[in-house]
Design a protein around this ligand. Sequence first.
Ligand SMILES: [Zn+2]
Length: 64
Amino acid sequence: MAKLSCRDYGFECDFVADDEDIQILLTKFAKHTLEEHGIEYTKEILMQFIMRQKNPWIESNSFP
Ligand SMILES: [Zn+2]
């Protein structure tokens, strides 16, 4: 199961989004960051966050 936590991305916030369905997870987290922090993340960006968590050995090559 994938998970995104506000704290991991520099927010002083205990919100954690997790879900079996990655699309739902992204939607939950994006909605939270927009409503609570006024920051809009696209699903593409959030997907990259998750990919980095799951593949820590993939270095910045894929991320300009
Ligand atoms: Zn938050």
